[in-house]
Write a protein that binds this ligand. Sequence first.
Ligand code: ATP
Length: 526
Amino acid sequence: MIQAAAVRAGFLGSYHAGLMTSTKTFSMDDLVALCKRRGFIYPASEIYGGLNGFWDYGPLGTELKNNIRDAWWHDMVRCPPIGPDGEPISIVGLDSSIIQNPRVWEASGHVDGFNDPMVDCRETKSRYRADHLMVLGGEDTGERRLYAYLAGDDEGRDRAVKLLGKYEKVSAEEADWTDRPLVDLPAAALERVVGPDTKEPGSLTEPRQFNLMFKTFVGALQSEDSAAYLRPETAQGIFLNFNNVVDTMRVKVPFGIAQVGKAFRNEVTPRNYIFRSREFEQMEIEWFCHESEAATWFDFWCETRRKWWESMGLTSDSVQMRRHDADELAHYAKEGCGTFDVEYRFPFTSPDFGELEGVAHRGNYDLSRHMEFSKKKLEYFDQPRNERYLPHVIEPSAGLSRGTLAILCEAFTPDEARASKVYMKFQPRVAPIKAAVFPLVNKDGMPEIAGKLYETLRQRWPIQYDAKQSIGKRYARMDEAGCPWCFTVDSDTVNDQAVTVRDRDSLSQDRLAIDQVENWLADRLK
Ligand code: ATP
């Protein structure tokens, strides 16, 4: 949770911005269109006009997201990394309720502290995050107008430049304007600010704190007594079950508890596609350790998590670690080693980076607060140390939805030479379709052989069979879906018992014995 007032330049750009790396340039609009066209992501309740901040995952998007989730679960829970002492570490899984006793969120600090500053526009009734707004103006004499726009929204800034030029009677070439974060202005200056969607100043309210938790009611009586919240993070469910896990799983500190699941935040300005939505998924680990070892584990987790994202195909020059400034730290992270973010260079943040995962040293804040609020003992007895204590916690908290977006951005590869003009270069591990099987034409025994191969392969992996249209069009469809290999049964297959395997990235086409295909694929999907 970013508490900082200052806007980091470029962090909140609109998704129209283009991504430029050494090898590719594309606009987010192209990626969003492909995701819609090929069934990765759709706007939620689209036939009713959608609902801001909510998205649905289509058939390919669901497979992709599940593959990322499963890879995380495999690499963190089932086969967790080797610890700093060379021994395998221990992590167990959990799946806790989305709705918990509302006291949980008082104890965790979310009722009082989970706020973003927001301003309302009295004229348009729009609501903005105060720390997302910039103002444009000349030297501030205390009288001149300032024009607000959303940070990173190029069109909004152009509008502000135009209106300001007209008002100050200065042409764009002569203009010498300065961009400042709205939150840096003195309160009195607000009456001179023209809102992002208005023409006259004075419509913006002062920033107020807005709680991001979704409220609901449990049971038939809809009163404050039955009020509850949809969880804004999965982490608290883990702390609530700390004793249960220690008592039932024979785990010993240091160890971790991991959980993947939905979280809900009533974001003031959901934006940048699935980067900031109101319903999203997190993959969180709470790593419990002795206070004296917290710094070592913090370094370990920062390094482990950065490497993991790189192992998922995010290139090292698109990923960086950033330490939170003191004024950004969340309520639990004031002491200890602080927080590092694993950041990715998204197209809308480029050349800057946006948060993918936070690794925080939470101290023993959560366990001590739950102990205080629930009046239940949550201390751990450490036999080797002969010491009873509240473990410290290192929390690697990753966004599954944001991770899916980063992997989509990384995979999107324009290629004018291909029929599809673009292909999705997913790692085979996360690719939603692992391979496709085609009969070259629908006759001469080819569909029968291809059908048999398809039946065999799909017992083990998500495979597609496609017999429609030209082979070029079928390759193009698979390139857009990011399918790494296509096996084609042709007229030679009957004689040589072999198929052509076409590689998505190199475009090479090789012959492979049909009875070798399953092993060949298994080798590559290990
Ligand atoms: P931000 O500063 O972008 O609001 P945060 O610091 O509040 O994020 P955390 O509370 O640390 O985020 O949550 C952990 C992870 O959950 C984030 O790194 C991000 O990947 C994901 N996440 C948080 N809020 C959202 C959201 N509104 N939409 C999608 N993913 C989110």
